[in-house]
Design a protein around this ligand. Structure first.
Ligand code: UDX
Ligand code: UDX
Length: 460
């Protein structure tokens, strides 16, 4: 093995963020040795196999190009720490489920254990890079833990939040809008920052690598996600009004999006946003504001999450009302379970809420998704009711009373809906939670169509 690497990079946490990010660094920087460790041996085995633990277009090719050369996956965290110069920390920081701040604050237990383990195992100075999204001022806590033993070893903590979105992770990593690096403004802080800048400069233009103080960097990550989620809740709130009037949310989004100050991206009305980050990060922001006594600010951001819950509730109520106020024993086909297209991830997916509510109404569920069925089964393990999982959408829809499109998979826009309609119970209903099919055409075929943010097209 070539041991003459410029520097040795370690990443702790081989998840959705750590895995692809390290694969990209290894791919673009053959002069660095990149090792990814995780406490979960199954995950590591998958990273070392042909079936990676996550589905991301283009990821496998990048992993394959570097794995075994300058990219390694294993479970020996201690050895990994000892051998490395730069450590990215990318362990999960879920919302706390217990004690003070339950349901709001970030659960920092894995993160703190990791900090202590770094301290315990280190024999040489290191740069520690926070990749996990964390409350503001966490780097300070990290620094305090790392200097608590007076070991004489210098640790420099940087913040380098990840802005990649799932499904486009490789594209986002390869061509990021910006890379953000926060550091202390001390001589050693700036030196460490420059080392990280140097790594990214292997493929990201320097002007897109922005630097800031460490607290701005930590806060920017939370705020970026809060702003993105706020746009979706804003458009979703207006979708409700559109359904009551003769306005069409797509036309409204188009009209406002052409104002360059508003912009046209992230204005798609939907059944609600999901994913591991938006809700968690907003609640984290809300908790932070409440901690500082900023009640109005906290309430403002919390309403983004409230509207998202409301949008999911509304979707179910619309289904119930449209289908004569009873769903008992009706067969309902969910087209899509992932929280968005091009990923198998189902964390915080609106589909899980919808599925559970439909089961409460005693509906029979047929769940279809090209990539997320494995996770859907895990999520619904223990749920009471009649659920089947069928990948082929034509087989899934057969004999159903209704279809509900919950993920914007491109394939759902291209299905032969005449064929599907012919195989369904009548009257046939379609609830388009992503506005991806042609509502007029489906109505012509015979469906009763219920889009988001547009008046329903009915036959009675
Ligand atoms: C995580 C955080 O959820 C997010 O806030 C942050 O921005 C980046 O890291 P993600 O990569 O999506 O995001 O999480 P996940 O896929 O759950 O991966 C975390 C990994 O860390 C898991 O594979 C877990 O086994 C591992 N881990 C966790 C450790 O290796 N050590 C620990 O002590 C805890
Ligand atoms: C998000 C951020 O985009 C990313 O920068 C950050 O690093 C992690 O969190 P991700 O959750 O992977 O990424 O996906 P994203 O594309 O942001 O979508 C989040 C949710 O919003 C999905 O459920 C998606 O379907 C929904 N969405 C998105 C809408 O409902 N309408 C839109 O217009 C855009």
């Amino acid at each position: 093995m070539n041991e003459s690497f410029k520097r040795k990079i370690l990443c702790i946490g081989a998840g959705y963020v750590g895995g692809p990010t390290m694969a990209m660094i290894a791919h673009k920087c053959p002069q660095y040795k990149v090792t990814v460790v995780d406490i979960n041996p199954d995950r590591i085995n998958e990273w070392n196999s042909e079936n990676l633990p996550i589905y991301e277009p283009g990821l496998y090719e990048i992993v394959k190009s570097s794995r075994g050369k300058n990219l390694f996956f294993h479970t020996d965290v201690k050895k990994g720490i000892q051998e490395s110069d730069i450590i990215f920390v990318s362990v999960n920081t879920p919302t706390k489920t217990f004690g003070v701040g339950a349901g709001m604050a970030a659960d920092l237990q894995y993160w703190e254990k990791t900090a202590r383990q770094i301290l315990e195992c280190s024999q040489s100075p290191k740069i520690i890079v926070e990749k996990s999204t964390l409350p503001v001022k966490t780097a300070l806590a990290m620094e305090r833990i790392l200097s608590s033993a007076n070991s004489g070893i210098h640790f420099e903590v940087l913040s380098n939040p990840e802005f990649l979105a799932e499904g486009t992770a490789i594209k986002d990593l390869e061509n990021p809008d910006r890379v953000l690096i926060g550091s202390s403004q001390t001589e050693s802080g700036l030196k460490a920052r420059d080392e990280l800048v140097e790594i990214y400069q292997n493929w990201v233009p320097r002007k897109q690598i922005i630097t800031s103080n460490i607290w701005s960097s930590e806060l920017s990550k939370l705020v970026a996600n809060a702003f993105l989620a706020q746009r979706i809740s804003s458009i979703n709130s207006i979708s409700d009004l559109c359904e009551k009037t003769d306005a069409d949310i797509s036309e409204v989004a188009h009209a406002i999006g052409m104002d360059s100050r508003i912009g046209d991206r992230f204005l798609k009305a939907s059944v609600g946003f999901g994913g591991s980050c938006f809700k968690k990060d907003i609640l984290n922001l809300v908790y932070l504001c409440r901690n500082y006594g900023l009640t109005e600010v906290a309430d403002y951001w919390e309403s983004v999450v409230r509207i998202n819950e409301y949008q999911k509730e509304r979707f179910i109520l619309n289904m119930l009302k449209a289908m004569f106020n009873t769903l008992a024993d009706k067969k309902i086909c969910l087209l899509g379970f992932a929280f968005k297209a091009d990923t198998g991830d189902t964390r915080e997916t609106p589909a899980l809420y919808i599925a559970n509510k439909l089961l409460e109404e005693n509906a029979k569920l047929i769940i279809s998704d090209p990539k997320a069925l494995k996770n859907a089964k895990k999520d619904l393990k223990g749920a009471q009711g009649d659920i089947s999982y069928v990948e082929d959408p034509y087989v899934a829809a057969k004999g159903c009373h209704a279809l509900a499109i919950l993920t914007e998979w491109a394939l759902y826009a291209e299905l032969d809906y005449q064929k599907i309609y012919n195989s369904m119970e009548k009257p046939a209903f379609l609830f388009d939670g992503r506005n991806i099919v042609s509502h007029q055409e489906l109505h012509k075929i015979g469906f009763n169509v219920y889009p988001i943010g547009k008046p329903a097209l009915k036959h009675f």
